[in-house]
Design a protein around this ligand. Structure first.
Ligand code: AP5
Ligand code: MG
Length: 192
């Protein structure tokens, strides 16, 4: 089984690269951002709870996202592997994910971290905001997403560095070139 975390700041290209990665490696794709947006669109209890937080660019509680992830991992244990996008986003989430992986006798094989300078990220998201309909693709929410990222999410990198699982990937350039670099890393890992 191949379990990968695609890590990166807002707008780094996690969603874009995941679309191709999940196809190529036949992975169960778990994007907490996409799942939460589905909950909001369906106006579920969770959706109603997270709507304001997400539109302002804040982080949803660890309990909500971890319980979503646990449910999806439990339901897909026969999968060829998992591709996590936008999760874990706090050190506590990373610790809880380790707990879930242990519970199902699984492990994280790699954390691939897309690295892109903040100015480029802001431009990408402002540009996308013209058509995306995402409530958080506006300058105020984007700024707050970076505050949350720098304070709460960046420390997750050190957590995986310690585990020896972290690999930085240059996330600037053509989508297909970045995809090739990611595949190269994954192929190295799966041969181990
Ligand atoms: P989430 O949906 O995860 O959003 P995000 O991390 O802010 O990142 P994005 O989805 O905006 O960017 P991306 O890295 O996927 O890049 P993309 O491929 O789209 O989370 C949203 C919210 O949900 C959070 O703020 C939080 O409130 C909540 N949430 C989610 N998970 C949570 C968790 N675990 N804990 C707590 N709260 C959570 O690309 C961006 C743009 O750039 C696109 O327009 C794309 O076309 C373009 N692009 C991509 N690659 C390139 C390239 N190489 N060159 C030029 N343009 C490119
Ligand atoms: Mg995304």
């Amino acid at each position: 089984m191949l379990n990968i975390i695609l890590f990166g700041p807002p707008g780094a290209g996690k969603g874009t690269q995941s679309q191709q990665l999940k196809e190529k490696y036949n992975l169960t794709y778990l994007s907490t951002g996409d799942i939460l947006r589905e909950e909001m669109a369906a106006e579920t209890e969770i959706g109603k709870k997270v709507k304001d937080i997400i539109s302002k660019g804040g982080l949803v509680s660890d309990e909500i996202v971890v319980s979503i992830i646990r449910g999806r991992v439990e339901a897909n244990q026969k999968s060829a592997g998992f591709l996590f996008d936008g999760f874990p986003r706090t050190v506590r989430q990373a610790e809880m994910l380790d707990g879930i992986m242990n519970e199902f006798s699984l492990k994280i094989n790699a954390v691939l971290s897309l690295e892109v300078p903040e100015e480029i990220l802001i431009n990408r998201m402002i540009e996308r905001g013209k058509t995306s309909g995402r409530a958080d693709d506006n300058i105020d929410s984007i700024k707050h997403r970076f505050v949350e990222y720098n304070e709460k999410t960046k420390p997750v990198l050190a957590y995986y560095e310690k585990q020896g699982n972290l690999k930085g990937i240059d996330g600037v350039g053509k989508v297909e070139d970045i995809f090739a670099t990611l595949c190269n890393e994954i192929d190295k890992i799966s041969k181990k």
